[in-house]
Design a protein around this ligand. Structure first.
Ligand code: ADP
Ligand code: MG
Length: 384
């Protein structure tokens, strides 16, 4: 514990011999590096896997690249790491271009989906490896390895081989190896996707705590929207090689910039509407079934056709006939523990998804039941 506290006060401090390695050690100690990605293009044949990407990452920020498989997350991470060269644009770390700095001289910590540990080395030897490569002396190496194993709760496994450990423990060793040099930047490519859900959630928390402790800038890649929402200071959503939105998790969830983001992050009802009227920040809308409702919104949309997002947990349902409610017929109701997930159809066949807390007083809805759905004007987001 004392070691951890000592480390907190010496966040990202580089040793003298590490200061020579890589540009990432050059900034003021105590905080991670800034990364500026400027108009970066990476093409494979005719396909742009990174298509004019710009992103400013703040020192010490935890930023997540979120997108479906093939959207270009690994490509962008590899460009930052230096494993790939861009066809255009530039990447600056603490204000300096890094295109001429070899990957191993950038001083970044890296964690991949596969644990990629040396199978014939013990945990201690695996974690010590980057320090040995950097020529750090034996005493410093031993101290750093011991501290790092303690942070990652691996001390008791120090003498084991990777094959003697579970997947979760092996991935913690991979993370320990990535942070043992206290890098100012840590790059992680889907590090938890091979683990089961319980373990994944546990290590998510550990990585968040680690970020607090180290102060490093973390660039984290995942296709799991829940993971991105839980862990990040900001999320950059990728689609087909482009960044479609960069914002804090709450903003991404509540105010997605496109239909794609709304559908990819969380569950959503996307309702096609016509804007009948706009007075200040209040819009009156009509859906295809003729249902008229208000939306309180700071969306810039003015008139014409639009798409409204209403999150399933924002919809209230009643079995009693309710004025100004949208009548729907239940298709299915799934009991998820504390939550009921109900799929229902309007009379015009539009699907409505509702998530509500289960109540012991209320019987589960059955297919064919008639329900009355309402939501508040504040819970509507008109997609810009
Ligand atoms: P993600 O990590 O989001 O799943 P990638 O960055 O791995 O996506 O891939 C983005 C796109 O670039 C995909 O269409 C993929 O097939 C293509 N791609 C990636 N690496 C290569 C490569 N070395 N050669 C050709 N195409 C590639
Ligand atoms: Mg990938």
């Amino acid at each position: 514990m004392a070691d951890i506290l000592a480390m907190r006060s010496a966040r990202c401090e580089g040793t003298a011999d590490e200061a020579k390695v890589g540009v990432a050690s050059a900034a003021a100690p105590g905080i991670g590096s800034s990364i500026a990605i400027r108009n970066v293009v990476k093409a494979y044949g005719g396909y742009r896997a990174a298509d004019d990407i710009s992103l400013d990452i703040n020192p010490g920020e935890f930023i997540t690249l979120l997108g479906p498989s093939g959207s270009g997350k690994t490509t962008l991470l590899n460009l930052v790491a230096g494993f790939q060269k861009p066809n255009g644009g530039e990447i600056l770390v603490d204000g300096r271009p890094i295109h001429n700095v070899a990957p191993h001289r950038r001083g970044f910590g890296m964690v991949f989906q596969s644990y990629a540990l040396f199978p014939n080395m013990t945990v201690t030897q695996n974690v010590a490896f980057p320090l040995r490569m950097a020529g750090v002396d034996r005493e410093t190496t031993e101290r750093r390895v011991a501290e790092t194993l303690e942070i990652m709760r691996l001390s008791e496994h120090a003498r084991k081989l990777p094959s003697q450990m579970s997947g979760g423990q092996q991935q913690r060793v991979a993370i320990a190896r990535a942070i043992v040099r206290r890098p100012k930047v840590v790059l992680m490519d889907e590090p938890l996707s091979a683990l089961d859900r319980r373990l994944r959630e546990q290590i998510q928390i550990e990585i968040r705590d680690l970020h607090q402790t180290l102060g490093s800038t973390i660039l984290f890649v995942t296709h799991d929207q829940g993971e991105a929402l839980t862990m990040s200071d900001r999320i950059a959503v990728l689609d087909a090689g482009k960044i479609v939105q960069v914002a804090a998790p709450v903003e991404i969830y509540r105010h997605p910039s496109t239909r794609f983001v709304a559908a990819f992050v969380g569950e959503s009802n996307l309702i096609d509407v016509e804007i009948l009227q706009k007075r200040g920040t209040t819009m009156t809308l009509r859906n295809q079934a003729g249902y008229v409702f208000d939306a309180e919104t700071r969306s810039p949309v003015e008139v014409g056709r639009a798409t409204v997002l209403v999150r399933p947990e924002r919809i209230a349902i009643s079995t009693a006939v309710t004025p100004n409610a949208l009548p729907v017929t239940v298709r299915s109701a799934i009991f998820l523990g504390e939550i009921l997930r109900i799929e229902a159809d309007t009379d015009q066949g539009e699907r409505l998804l509702v998530r509500c807390t289960d109540s012991a007083e209320r019987p589960l809805p059955s297919p064919g039941d008639r329900l009355y759905a309402t939501w508040r004007a504040e819970d509507c987001w008109v997609l810009p």
